[in-house]
Ligand binder design. Structure first.
Ligand code: THU
Length: 160
């Protein structure tokens, strides 16, 4: 047996270490938690995707009484971006979570399905997509989506 150690990179930082443009995107993601429809989990997630052409696509988690029919905030934003601007790369994605009357102290951690969609988005356009996870205590910044999902599944893997 051969062990493979997988390392990934994440920058922990504060809001004042982000660019003004990134801070603006984070504020939009935070504001988007107001548009979350989460009567079941009461966990409000907001997302904001910045496109290369400067347009910002907003997302928020949308739950459903048939639980699996709901969708996370990140995917709602990325799918809306793909549906409306299919040829424009997504350069940055910001995410914020709000529950029990406050934003989470720790950066929200995207689920595996969202990570998979993030790497496909990045791969599709062949450009890195920065991912910024907001937390009250600190933020996590990933220079690209692949850092969030090492050993991801790509279209090439379908070829066997
Ligand atoms: N959720 C997101 O929107 N994004 C994540 O990264 C994690 C989870 C949503 C799904 C569900 O509506 C609620 O948060 C609780 O899991």
């Amino acid at each position: 047996m051969r062990d493979i150690v997988i390392k990934t990179n994440v920058h922990a930082c504060q809001m004042n270490e982000l660019t003004e443009e990134e801070r603006e995107l984070v504020e939009i993601a935070k504001n988007q938690t107001n548009n979350s429809y989460c009567p079941y989990s009461k966990f409000h997630v907001g997302a904001a995707a910045k496109l290369e052409n400067g347009i910002i696509i907003k997302g928020a988690n949308q739950e459903n009484a048939a639980y699996p029919s709901g969708l996370c905030a990140e995917r709602s934003a990325l799918f809306a971006a793909g549906a409306n601007y299919p040829d424009v790369p997504v350069t940055t994605l910001a995410i914020a979570c709000f529950t029990d009357g406050h934003f989470t102290d720790e950066p929200g951690s995207p689920c595996g399905s969202c990570r998979q969609v993030m790497i496909e988005t990045e791969h599709r356009y062949g450009k890195p997509m920065k991912v910024i996870l907001y937390g009250e205590k600190e933020l996590f910044v990933f220079d690209n989506a692949s850092d969030l999902m090492p050993v991801g599944f790509f279209s090439e893997d379908l070829k066997g």
